[in-house]
Design a protein around this ligand. Structure first.
Ligand SMILES: Cc1cc2nc3c(=O)[nH]c(=O)nc-3n(C[C@H](O)[C@H](O)[C@H](O)COP(=O)(O)OP(=O)(O)OC[C@H]3O[C@@H](n4cnc5c(N)ncnc54)[C@H](O)[C@@H]3O)c2cc1C
Length: 541
């Protein structure tokens, strides 16, 4: 195999100890959207913030990379709720000073191929409902009850988030109110809730057709997260104009304005804690950065399992708690380049979700037991079709991304090997998997066959290598009902001066991790102090 050249699409400032300022008000570990949101809001409040990112480019899962004249996104295919003046849109506008634009996908933003049947998700609450009723005319009552449940979850989410942000003493006072505001079905399994509405397994499958957006099928996932995702995309899917790397690119100036910086190649090896109090971080090169405030956006597993000393974690009582959560599944992504434009190839602004049949849990279990079983889900996205500026950057080309789940265990044999040099057997496995994934693409879009110019496959080991998720996990912690009821999974930790943010604090998704960033700043500053800033953000037009 030819040696792969590293991507030259890089944002952020390369870390060197001599480039650090002498005094930071806060250190953020990880430059994903969670870390960047926290850093940008603190910077706006006048703090000087140092963001440390181990990767060669900033953005975490929102980063993009380019090779051979193509550009791909690794963890952003579509974002919901940004087509109108929603809280999500206002938050993005605030963080990026209005520099980030959004391009709508087709009204049919998701297409589900379930066995030999095809269904679409259609943008707009009424349109979404009407489309479901058209496809399941006998299930109108169940569909209306489902839509009502989505509304109820929507009403309860602010309380759930607030419960995570407030101080423990306040939380115990507020518990009866928060419990009253939080319907218990939010923490039941998705399938249990839906099967009380209908027996129609196809309808349940269509409603759960986006389960890949959180990585857990309906018999395992929490209904709350299902509902959050369904609501998030109810008004359609949108793509960040210019590619997903523009998200970090447009946020970083806000951090720099207060004297802060986002450093890349900045691998934190340890959070320094002395007598139960955070004192700073130690870098992989041995350099120590002193600071009494450290915010980890590197995930719960990294933070408690690797960055903190075992003794510190034990003393704070975390070990039994950490056993209650587990990493999410890994994934494969086939990154494809074509020497034709999306228009020439007829690529849609619609994501494809391909399922062998309507029992998603069984399909996943079958695949985990036998890696040669059909993929439980194959997701196909057409980023160059979604981005109105793609051709300006990469003329006469198009890109496609194909994602499928892949348990980390299937790749454990190559753990610890170097990216690009994992050996012939690993490459042979990748060829086999790539061919399988291409088969799904050609089956749905036969005109593509023979037109693929370039492709490369990432595995859970690539996720570990580039994004530092040690189990190659796709979405941080698994979104089980148990995880969502862990009241220690909050921005505030039991270690003085250490805060958490990012997808493990709230939920996965760019918006979930961004809102976690906002919650972390709320928890740090307190409701009263943060309120003028929140009013400013929500008052923007
Ligand atoms: C294949 C895929 C597709 C997805 N598609 C979508 C989508 O279409 N829409 C959507 O909304 N969401 C999507 N997501 C989910 C979304 O991208 C994530 O939930 C979100 O971006 C997570 O943000 P975060 O800030 O919590 O974490 P991350 O973005 O993972 O950031 C954490 C950062 O911490 C860094 N780090 C870890 N350890 C250290 C250390 N020791 N020192 C320094 N840095 C460290 C990592 O390198 C990483 O950059 C997708 C995810 C994947 C993987």
């Amino acid at each position: 195999m030819a040696t792969m050249k590293p991507s030259t699409l890089r944002i952020g400032y390369r870390y060197r100890p001599g480039r650090l300022a002498s005094n930071y008000d806060a250190i953020v570990i990880g430059s994903g959207i969670g870390g960047l949101t926290t850093a940008a809001m603190l910077s706006d409040l006048g703090w000087r913030v140092c963001v440390l990112e181990q990767h060669y480019t900033a953005g975490g899962y929102t980063h993009s990379y380019e090779r051979n004249g193509y550009e791909w996104d690794v963890g952003v295919h579509y974002i919901g709720d940004v087509g109108a003046e929603t809280r999500t849109r206002k938050m993005f506008d605030y963080l990026t000073d209005g520099q980030l634009q959004w391009a709508p996908m087709n009204a049919e933003y998701d297409r589900f191929y379930i066995g030999n049947k095809v269904f679409n998700a259609v943008a707009g609450r009424e349109e979404f409902r009407a489309n479901l009723v058209r496809q399941f005319p006998n299930e109108e009552e169940a569909i209306d009850r489902y839509m009502a449940l989505l509304r109820q979850v929507g009403g309860a989410l602010a309380g759930f988030g607030m419960g995570r942000a407030i101080a423990p003493w306040m939380r115990s006072l507020a518990t009866p109110y928060l419990k009253w505001k939080t319907p218990s079905f939010m923490f039941r399994k998705t399938y249990e809730v839906l099967s009380e509405l209908t027996d129609d397994q196809d309808l349940i499958a269509v409603i759960c057709g986006q389960w890949g957006d959180m990585g857990l099928p309906p018999k395992q996932s929490a209904f709350m997260v299902h509902a959050m995702i369904a609501r998030h995309y109810l008004y359609g899917g949108f793509y960040p104009v210019g590619g997903s790397w523009r998200i970090a690119d447009t946020i970083i100036p806000k951090i720099q304005k207060s004297g802060g910086e986002v450093f890349t190649y900045a691998n934190v090896s340890r959070i320094v804690v002395e007598q139960g109090v955070v004192k700073g971080v130690e870098m992989a090169d041995g350099h120590r950065i002193d600071c009494g405030c450290v915010i980890s956006s590197a995930g719960v597993d990294n933070t408690f399992g690797h960055l903190l000393d075992e003794e510190v974690v034990k003393k704070a009582g975390y070990p039994p708690l950490i056993k209650k959560v587990r990493p999410s599944v890994g994934h494969l992504c086939l990154y494809i380049g074509l020497r034709h434009t999306a228009d020439e190839l007829g690529l849609p602004k619609t994501n494809f979700w391909i399922y062998p049949h309507n029992d998603y849990d069984r399909a996943l279990a079958d695949f985990v037991a036998d890696e040669n079983a059909p993929f439980p889900v194959v997701y196909i996205s057409f980023p160059s079709a979604k981005d109105p500026e793609y051709l300006d950057r990469h003329p006469d080309t198009a890109t496609i991304e194909i994602v499928a789940p892949a348990p980390y265990e299937q790749f454990e044999a190559w753990q610890g090997t170097t990216w690009g040099k994992r050996g012939a057997d690993y490459e042979a496995l990748k060829v086999k998997l790539s061919e399988r994934l291409l088969g799904y693409l050609y089956d749905k879009l036969p005109q593509i066959e023979g037109k693929v110019d370039y492709h490369e496959l990432s595995t859970p080991l690539s996720t570990e290598w580039f994004s530092a998720y040690r189990h190659g996990e796709l979405y941080g912690l698994d979104h089980t009902p148990e995880r969502l009821q862990q009241d220690w999974l909050t921005p505030r930790t039991r270690i003085d001066g250490l805060w958490l943010t990012g997808q493990d604090v709230l939920t996965c998704g760019v918006t979930g991790a961004m809102m976690a960033g906002m919650l972390t700043v709320t928890a740090m500053m307190g409701l009263r102090k943060i309120s003028p800033l929140m009013q400013r953000i929500n008052g923007q037009h």
